[in-house]
Write a protein that binds this ligand. Sequence first.
Ligand code: SF4
Length: 331
Amino acid sequence: MAEGKFPFNRFRVGMMKKSGIEWTDKTWSPVSGCTKVSAGCANCYAKQEVDSRLSRNPKSIFFGRNFSEVQTHESQLNVPLQWKKPRRIFVCPRGDPFHESVPDEFIDRILAVIKLCPQHTFQILTKRTERMVAYFSNRIVPLNVWIGVSIENRTHGLLRINLLQTIEATVRFLLIEPLIEDIGNIVLTGIHWVICGGETGVLARPMHPDWVRGLRDQCVAAGVPFLFKQWGEWILAESGDGYAKVGIKRSGRLLDGKLYNEYPRLRYEKHELYPFQLRRESLQQMIEYPEYGIVECRRECFPANYTIDRGLRIDEHGKHYAHKHISMTER
Ligand code: SF4
C-alpha cells in the first residue's frame, strides 16, 4: 500500500530486514521484550541477543534496556503497510504479543494493521496460550493470520496444543523448538503445520533424533506439513554413545538424509477490493477502528473449510471500499 494513500503517515516507519528465520520472510516488532514462562525459555535466544549486543546498539529498540522490560512500539505499527509484495511476517520475534504487560487495546491495534494488509500472512506465536484463547474468545482471528504455539516438552506442550485447537483460524501451527524431550504422541486434529528444531547457543540442550522422527512420522501419518528447521548445536556422537557439540552449521537440517521443508497447504486464496455503497443503519453494528480507516470486519464461516472475510475501508477522500478475502484451507 502506497504511503499517504491512507492517513497513516503520522507514524514513523521502522527499518526492517529480511528475516534469517527459515519459516518466515520478515519480522515485525510492535512488541519487544519478554519474561520466562517455562522450560523452553531457559536459554531464550532473544534474551541472549539483547544482552549480548542489541541493548548496546543505539539503532535497536532494545538500546539501554533489559529484555524483561516489555514495551509496545507505536512507531512500528504501520511498518507492514509499507511492504507491497506479499510476505510471511513473524509478529514479535523478540517478545510475546500475549505477554501480560501488553494491553488488549494494543493487540487490537496490531490486528487492525493486519486487517489492512491482506497481501501479507502474519504468523503470531505465543507460549501464553491461555491469554490468546481469552483474547480471541470475543474476537475473530483475521484470515491472513496463522496462529501458533511454542512447545518444548510434554508438560507444557499438550495443554498449549489443546488450547490452540479451540481457536478458529485459517492456519494453526506448532513451533516445537527447542525440543528438549520426547513429547510422544500428540493429537494433530485441526493442526495445519508443524515446525521442529533443536536449541542453539552456548547453553543449548541436545535433541535426540528419535524425538524428531516420532514427530515427523506422526505428521506424515496425519497429512500435516512438517518443516525441520535445524538440529541445533548437538548431534549424536559417532560412537553412538551420547552427543557431540558440533555447532549449528555442521549439524545442518537434514533428517535421515532428507530435507523437510513443508508449509501449510492453502488450496484457495483470493483478495478483492471494490467500491462499496455504505448504508447508514449497517454502520451502527460495525466494529470501528477510525484511525486506521477500517469500519467493519466480519467473517462468514461456511461448512467445512471455506471462509469469507468482509471488511470496509475508507480512503483519504472518504470513499468507501469493500474488501473481500476468501480462503480455503486443506485440513
Ligand atoms: S516466551 Fe519466548 S521470548 Fe519470552 S522468554 Fe520465553 S523463549 Fe523468550
